[in-house]
Design a protein around this ligand. Structure first.
Ligand SMILES: Cc1cc2nc3c(=O)[nH]c(=O)nc-3n(C[C@H](O)[C@H](O)[C@H](O)COP(=O)(O)OP(=O)(O)OC[C@H]3O[C@@H](n4cnc5c(N)ncnc54)[C@H](O)[C@@H]3O)c2cc1C
Length: 480
């Protein structure tokens, strides 16, 4: 049974529990005294974590509910996956804001907007006296690593922020969930890094033929958006630096292939920049296969409509976003027809089916779209919405009005292309300087942007330290 099935079985079992009084969920209120209003934040990603950071925790009784107890700094995941940075550089603990904030490592499985309650399921292993409602499966994406187990509980809220993000889109291609790696969080990055090193140690065994070695050292990336491109670039850096040094015989057998169904990669960038990226990749020996359709994935190989069987040692799948199962369960508020994200007004409040705004519920990040202004699903948008919302909440709690609608300020898009080169695109910004940049200067912008955005002082020290250490000594290839 794969992850989605398991979650729907779990949801079904939850529903059963809700109609069966004997197995009713336990009701919890948050820890603070009731003179404060209860603000519950669902999710600890770019949207949720930023609300948590900026909201007035003295005036709100804040609870965060997330299946992970950390925030993932997603732009650095590709670097972590190849060892340019260490994993802890890309995470921030949610409990940094304890004891002001109550945090539960749990899934929210259902929202009752009328009763203002949340049905939650611990995302921790079941305790010895609990019966697991879904057996844990050992896969690394967030969606499958911590399937809900144990005893469900209910939380009450006065105000709710939904920031649960989205899942990886697979387009229901058979075998993707079983045999491909996703790159959504730090666990995914760790399993990719482990697999890369494993491929080299397997290929290095004396019993293998050269054909078998080449197959193992074929790294396929499906999805030519920024994540797939940046991962290909980081992998190329690794292969041409430390791998070439540590495995000289195997390095010449490595191959990276980037697949996309679209006619070109980086479709959201200005065409001149995506052409620059394609030319650079071709010069670097990264094979770009656009207009290619993966039909099926099996263990160690995939079936591509235009090519037939393609063996691989590792496949990374990054073809966009699919709706979060929690969002799929919600029926009482409006959703975008195509993406199934929650629709909000320009104040980020969700809109009920009869067209009214719910004044107590906001939705931000990849799980939400403003009805009148569809913005890209990026950290930049999630972060700006979260800052806006935190300001609004801080005014509300003081009894003040906040009527200003949300306004997005496009700061441009960046993508790393390997070899200390990048692209920067601000050509379609509505105000300010319209700019396009390529090469070293764009790379400097890329590094300084992510260094500036890094949140804690600890990571502001760790990130440049690892950049420097790995530049001097190379990436660590130890496998443990
Ligand atoms: C590898 C990678 C690189 C990226 N690089 C960039 C970049 O350079 N620039 C950029 O602008 N954007 C980038 N993005 C996109 C960006 O990360 C997302 O747009 C952003 O994370 C969206 O924020 P969010 O808060 O909506 O969701 P997320 O950050 O995904 O957070 C969702 C949170 O909700 C939690 N959650 C999920 N389900 C539930 C549930 N049922 N109950 C409670 N909690 C739940 C999750 O555990 C998580 O904590 C990148 C994405 C990836 C994967």
């Amino acid at each position: 049974m794969h992850a989605t099935q398991q979650r729907s079985v779990r949801l079904r079992s939850l529903l059963n529990q809700r109609v069966c009084p004997v197995r009713a969920t336990q009701l919890f209120s948050t820890s603070a005294s009731r003179d404060k209003q209860r603000l519950v934040v669902l999710g600890s990603g770019w949207g949720g974590y930023q609300v948590l950071r900026s909201v007035d925790k003295k005036r709100w009784d804040v609870t965060v509910l997330s299946p992970t107890n950390a925030f993932n700094f997603t732009p650095l995941l590709a670097s972590c996956a190849v060892g340019t940075l260490e994993f802890r550089c890309a995470v921030e603990p949610v409990r940094r804001y304890s004891p002001q904030v109550t945090a539960y490592q749990a899934w929210c499985d259902a929202i009752d907007f009328k009763e203002k309650t949340l049905t939650c399921m611990p995302a921790t292993p079941p305790l010895s006296f609990e019966k697991s409602s879904a057996p844990p499966v050992e896969k690394t994406t967030t969606e499958t690593k911590f399937p809900g187990t144990g005893t469900p509980f209910t939380l009450k809220y006065d105000k709710l922020v939904i920031a649960v993000g989205a899942y990886s889109q697979t387009f229901n291609v058979p075998g993707v969930k079983e045999y491909a790696h996703f790159l959504k969080d730090v666990r995914d990055a760790r399993s990719i890094r482990t697999r890369i090193l494993e491929c080299f140690e397997q290929a290095n065994q004396p019993i293998l033929s050269d054909v078998q070695r080449r197959n193992l050292l074929h790294f396929c990336i499906v999805g030519g958006g920024p994540t797939g491109v940046e991962f290909s670039a980081e992998l190329h850096d690794l292969l041409h630096a430390e791998i070439a040094q540590h495995y000289p015989g195997l390095a010449r057998m490595c191959k990276i292939t980037l697949y996309d169904v679209a006619p070109f990669i980086l479709g959201t960038f200005d065409r001149s920049l995506s052409t620059y990226a394609e030319e650079k990749f071709r010069r670097d020996g990264i094979d770009i296969k656009t207009k290619h359709h993966v039909e099926r994935v099996e263990k160690d190989k995939m079936i591509v409509k235009e090519q037939g069987e393609v063996p691989f040692g590792m496949l990374v799948w990054s073809t966009g976003l699919a709706p979060n199962p929690l969002i799929q369960t919600i029926q009482s508020v409006q959703k975008h027809e195509k993406t199934q994200s929650l629709l909000t007004d320009e104040h980020l409040n969700v809109i009920t089916q009869d067209g009214k705004v719910d004044p107590d519920v906001w939705a931000i990040g990849d799980a939400a779209i403003i009805k009148t202004d569809i913005l890209p699903a990026t950290a930049q948008v999630a972060n700006q919405k979260a800052n806006y919302l935190a300001k609004k909440l801080n005014r509300i709690v003081r009894g003040k009005e906040h009527d200003k609608p949300f306004e997005f300020h496009n700061q441009g898009s960046l993508a790393y292309l390997g070899d200390w080169k990048a692209i920067y695109d601000r050509s379609n910004a509505e105000s300010g300087i319209k700019a396009r940049e390529t090469g070293r200067l764009a790379w400097l912008l890329w590094r300084s942007a992510y260094f500036t955005m890094t949140l804690s002082l600890r990571n502001k020290i760790l990130v440049p330290t690892y950049w420097f250490l790995n530049w001097i000594f190379g990436r660590d290839l130890s496998r443990f």
